[in-house]
Design a protein around this ligand. Structure first.
Ligand code: NDP
Length: 676
């Protein structure tokens, strides 16, 4: 078999392996199949290329442009995923493992594309939170903004997810407007290289946005600056070594780490054998132990069950694990493939031995198990192994030793407090799960264990059909954890994009804030348009364009009519004496919704025109009641514009309803869809 030469993509050129290249063996046959790495890689040229070409090209685009780019990239990868599947088998992964890595990675990119369009502006500045009132008269305000870092994101990834591991970091990085240099783990870098080739070949990415290091990273970290970010996934030892790099420390370079952790799953005290929760627990644990042959950063390493149920769990789990067919991942019957390499196999067996000092192996024998379609000796195969730790309070290795394979330890708990203590003994994990139908149990665990875990996953009979699994990090939710898990955070929707941006507190006048944020701030200058704003197309409207209506007097008859027409005869609108007894009202007052309806009637331009629909109303506040005889007037201002597609965009209007003394009676934001 000819060796695959796995190249790097550096400063616009593909660079073949050279001096210092490392051999990569197939996980299934143990035979060398590829080579990667080149000591002569010019890391400074790569960093320069990313910072100058990549960063500048990406920052020219808006968040929406970049979100559209991600969608196109994900679509392109989706069309070519068969080639990625075909190549991935040699990493030891089965077809269902590929679905997690390849389809999961593409899906993650699609979610970021969609969140970028829906939750970020079609501009260059992301507003973080609301305007802060810093002065009595509102002439000096505060606003936090995020802008992309001016450096490069260096992604150092683990071997277990050569595609997802890259895309879950790349999507938020590119959406932020920051170029990336991806360094996959050498053992599975041939799959990443193909995914990078596909993305670059698509022509969707601007020059310099994405580069690849196959093999060693050289001294790249020594050349980083304070505008760069390192985002790492892998072992705690490597993370410690890299984050202690003097250049990283001296320049306070962001170092996001996601590392191995001792994730736990708790069987709730209510979930006895015979309940749907018990069966669900056994199913989830066995799936987590065997998917990717247990090489998942989120896999369940510690199984925490009520003391009385330990034997029943061991029996049920062993029954399920016994049905797991191990073998060549290309075979359809195979449920669990191989570890990524024979060196990982040695490591897993060594760690299993360490765990064995404190726990008894109750299922799985690494010296005797069946492997179908492959040679158990040559390939990196191991069986699922279940240990039972009888005294988890005294034990320590079971709480700190991660065998990165299909290895898990069951331990019993006395009461829920004890279960929480045991879960927290991992000293920080990516995820802990609780299978319970009792919301009180869930609440106690959330309060007692939340601080130790990046994600808490609760499942039971109500959610099991649609739940996504203990081990699946989702692009919408934060992935990362404290302490042992690395102390970092990834994804979590727009939160993950912010890791590649700088948050800056902006202080200034309303006009200054409006200009920076491309969003009108109350107190800012008003623009008088040439015609009623409802007659103007999306593109014609300016931020700050304002309409002032004529006043309208509210009468008692209006209140009566509205009350009987809608059925809202609440006493505050109908009974003067009762209303006076209420501390909020001076007597009978107009319905808030009557005022809103009047407001619509006062600012609307009724003819067919560019306003296509009223799609909502946000942040409504009734601030001062209006009594019969008082008059109201409305100010309508274009606050923000967001294109939605080629035909129309969303206009967010600031609406302010005042009384005859210019006191604010109600304030809200109105959303309309306007034609281009
Ligand atoms: P490592 O920590 O050794 O490697 C992770 C990444 O870091 C790889 O890309 C590796 O590249 C790179 N790397 C290693 N040393 C350096 C260095 N000096 N400078 C720059 N980059 C470096 O983890 P492994 O992939 O070997 O896995 C080992 C253990 O890590 C597993 O047994 C498991 O315990 C844990 N792990 C945890 C994961 C998680 O998601 N939490 C995922 C995978 C592993 P290269 O491959 O070229 O050495």
């Amino acid at each position: 078999m000819s060796l695959l030469e796995i190249s790097s993509f550096a400063a616009g050129q593909w660079v073949a392996p050279g001096a210092g290249a490392r051999n990569i063996a197939s996980a299934i046959t143990g035979e060398v199949m590829a080579t990667a790495g080149n000591d002569a890689l010019d890391v400074q040229a790569m960093l320069d290329h990313a910072r100058t070409a990549g960063g500048a090209n990406l920052r020219r685009l808006t968040f929406h442009d970049r979100a559209r780019m991600l969608k196109a990239l994900a679509g392109h990868l989706n069309q070519h995923k068969q080639a990625l599947y075909d190549l991935s088998f040699d990493t030891g992964a089965t077809q269902s493992d590929h679905m997690i890595d390849i389809d999961g990675g593409i899906g993650t990119m699609f979610v970021f594309a969609s969140k970028g369009r829906r939750e970020m502006p079609d501009g260059h500045v992301y507003l973080d939170g609301e305007v802060e009132q810093l002065s009595r008269n509102g002439t000096f305000l505060g606003q936090h903004i995020c802008t992309p870092l001016r450096g490069v994101a260096v992604h150092i990834n683990a071997f277990n997810f050569p595609v997802w591991g890259m895309l879950e970091k790349l999507a938020p990085t590119l959406l932020a407007g920051v170029p990336a240099i991806v360094k996959p783990a050498t053992n599975s870098c041939y799959v990443t290289e193909l995914a990078v080739k596909l993305m670059l070949g698509s022509g969707i990415l601007p020059e310099g946005a994405l580069q690849l290091v196959s093999g060693g990273l050289g001294d790249m970290l020594d050349h980083l600056t304070m505008q760069d970010v390192v985002s790492f996934t892998g072992s705690a030892n490597t993370a410690l070594k890299l984050r202690a790099n003097p250049v990283v420390l001296e320049n306070s370079i962001r170092f996001v780490a996601e590392q191995d952790s001792l994730n736990a799953s708790i069987l709730g005290p209510d979930a006895a054998p015979g309940t749907p929760e018990f069966d669900l627990f056994v199913k989830e644990v066995s799936r987590e132990m065997t998917t990717k042959a247990g090489q998942k950063c989120t896999a369940i390493r510690r199984i925490i069950a009520p003391q009385a149920q330990v034997d029943a769990v061991i029996e049920a789990l062993s029954g399920r694990l016994a049905k797991t067919k191990i073998g060549d991942p290309r075979l359809e019957t195979t449920r669990m493939g191989a570890l990524v390499s024979n060196s990982q196999k040695r490591d897993v067996l060594e760690k299993a031995k360490v765990i064995g000092q404190e726990a008894e192996r109750v299922f799985g024998n690494p010296d005797s198990f069946n492997v179908e379609g492959a040679d158990a000796e040559k390939g990196a195969f191991v069986p699922p192994m279940l240990f039972h730790c009888a005294d988890p309070d005294k034990a320590s290795r079971v709480h700190d030793t991660e065998a990165f394979g299909p290895v898990s330890t069951i331990m019993g708990y006395r009461d829920l407090g004890h279960a929480i203590d045991l879960a927290n003994r991992g000293q920080g994990s990516l995820v802990a799960s609780v299978i319970t139908h009792d919301p009180a149990v869930a609440r106690e665990v959330a309060i007692g264990a939340g601080a130790y875990h990046g994600r808490l996953y609760f499942n039971n009979r109500d959610s099991m059909k649609e739940s996504t699994g203990h081990g699946s990090p989702l692009p919408h939710m934060v992935h990362g954890g404290p302490g042992r898990a690395g102390g970092g955070e990834e994804m979590g929707g727009v939160r993950g994009v912010k890791h590649y941006m700088q948050r800056t507190a902006i202080q200034g006048s309303p006009d200054i804030l409006s200009a920076i944020g491309e969003k009108w701030v109350p107190g800012g200058s008003e623009i008088k348009g040439p015609a009623h704003p409802f007659t103007r197309k999306f593109g014609e409207l300016s931020i700050g364009e304002t309409l002032h209506t004529a006043p309208r007097t509210v009468t008692l008859e209006d209140i009566e009519t509205f009350a009987h027409f809608t059925g809202d005869t609440f006493y505050a609108h109908m009974d003067d004496e009762a209303a006076k007894r209420n501390p909020f009202f001076p007597g009978r007052v107009a319905h808030g919704y009557l005022l809103l309806s009047f407001a619509a009637g006062m600012f609307v331009q009724p003819d067919e025109g560019p306003v296509l629909a009223n799609t909502g109303l946000d942040s409504l506040r009734f601030m001062k009641p209006i009594s019969a005889g008082e008059s109201i007037k409305v100010r309508l201002t274009v606050k923000k514009k967001t294109p939605r597609n080629e035909e129309y965009g969303e206009v967010r209007w600031h609406v302010n309803l005042t009384n005859q003394d210019d006191e604010i009676a109600a304030e809200y934001e109105l959303l309309t869809m306007n034609a281009f």
